[in-house]
Design a protein. Structure first.
Length: 218
């Protein structure tokens, strides 16, 4: 992901002046990082759930989770979700400014955008968020009935992990959902609100990716 940052910086400052292959490659790396990071967190929460709630008989399940299920549940979806980038990501000239973005067919562009937006929200937040919240809530319930310094420390860490995940990712997906409702004509925005919303998406997206740096520290 860090490898793609110089390309995004140049794109934001003066436009996209690289080859179309790099446009697709940068989008693919971005997508894999986006989905794999949150899906891995979901599988880590499942592993913690098995280790704490079913400590006595979870070794086989945890080994299966680590060796096989994680590939099907994390890397396979993350790679499959790059297909739209491979197909649609391209460089286009908009008023003399070269832009690297997904360029959907003109005749039904909004339908493509809305469809992939809902897929993004579902796989990027709803599914992993539900897994993380459910697993850690059960863990908290288990630890709250336990005594000892280590148990209290584990409980505190668990609460911080939940708060950090939703504090970093939820604002981005709220802005994205509001923008999607605008595309569906469920909400109406004037030019100022539309501009503010797109700036908010950029800012909250940076906050979301900051979670990738924050989580290893926690």
């Amino acid at each position: 992901f860090v490898f793609t940052l110089p390309f995004w910086s140049v794109d934001a400052a003066i436009g996209w002046y690289f080859k179309e292959f790099l446009c697709k490659a940068v989008h693919v790396i971005y997508t894999v990082n986006l989905y794999s990071s949150v899906l891995i967190l979901a599988f880590i929460s499942l592993d913690r759930y098995l280790a704490i709630v079913h400590a006595t008989n979870s070794q086989g399940s945890r080994k299966l989770l680590a060796e096989k299920i994680v590939y099907a549940g994390v890397w396979l979806p993350a790679i499959l979700l790059t297909v739209p980038d491979v197909v649609f990501a391209s460089v286009s000239d908009i008023d003399g400014n070269f832009v690297c973005d997904r360029i959907y067919p003109v005749e039904n562009r909004e339908h493509w955008t809305i469809g992939f937006r809902f897929l993004h929200i579902t796989v990027g937040l709803v599914l992993p968020g539900l897994i993380i919240l459910t697993c850690y809530c059960v863990i908290i319930s288990k630890l709250s009935h336990s005594k000892g310094h280590q148990k209290r420390k584990a409980l505190k860490t668990t609460v911080i992990l939940i708060l950090a995940f939703f504090a970093c990712w939820l604002p981005y997906y709220i802005c994205l959902t509001i923008d999607t409702f605008g595309l569906l004509r469920l909400l109406k925005f004037d030019c100022y609100m539309d501009s503010t919303l797109h700036k908010s998406i950029s800012i909250t997206e940076a906050l979301a990716f900051f979670h990738c740096c924050l989580n290893p520290i926690l």
